[in-house]
Design a protein around this ligand. Sequence first.
Ligand code: AP5
Ligand code: MG
Length: 216
Amino acid sequence: MRIILLGTPGGGKGTQAKLICDHLSIPHISTGDIFRTKIKEGSPEGKEISEYMQKGQLVPDRLTISLVEERLKKDDCQKGFLLDGFPRDENQAKALDLILKKKEEHIDFVFLIDVPKEIIVDRILGRRVCPKCGESYHIKYNPPKIEGKCDVCGTALIHRADDQEDIILDRLTIYSQTTAPILDFYQEKGILHKIQGDGSIQDIFSQISEIVDANK
Ligand code: AP5
Ligand code: MG
């Protein structure tokens, strides 16, 4: 099963991706996570990526598309994958089509997690992440067992560098200008499913898993 998760920053893509990937035993490929790992490694490429991410801007396609292409060649993607945060513009969507065409593969489902703007800001401002293992929490909606500490590795939780209110607003603007237009691209292919994203984490997962399970 090959899935794309689309939606605004902070809309719950990463949260749902984890649940869906556990459910279907497929790898979770998040371009945001790949970039954060590159930044941590401190390579020149990571430094360049960081300049864009810190401002909430899209990382250039010349870096993004080749990283995704390499990732999709790995063995664990043979029986499917979930892309979280890619593609983010028309150019990336067309590039993905070409990458998959070469492998005689296609996307089965594109899920748009549709969340109103006032909810998004609340979700992002309450998010805390583990700088060591990447686990993500929300202080109200998905709190860690011990306040401020990661359930998985016990590390002190932090705010993501781009989770500040002014950067969030820039990320939302970029989303509506560049990512929202690719919804038509997938609508025309007949594989776009709009998921109401203002419910609980479990409600949203139920909506998605019902569709996926009916087509397994
Ligand atoms: P990326 O890391 O992908 O960030 P994003 O798209 O801005 O999305 P987020 O990760 O912020 O949110 P999410 O939808 O995953 O929500 P989450 O599940 O965490 O990208 C970061 C940057 O990298 C970009 O700005 C860009 O610079 C660069 N980049 C990435 N991909 C790129 C690409 N393809 N091309 C170019 N540049 C790229 O949930 C948010 C919070 O809400 C959490 O605290 C969670 O616990 C909580 N929550 C989730 N669901 C619910 C719910 N139903 N109810 C209550 N709380 C909930
Ligand atoms: Mg995410």
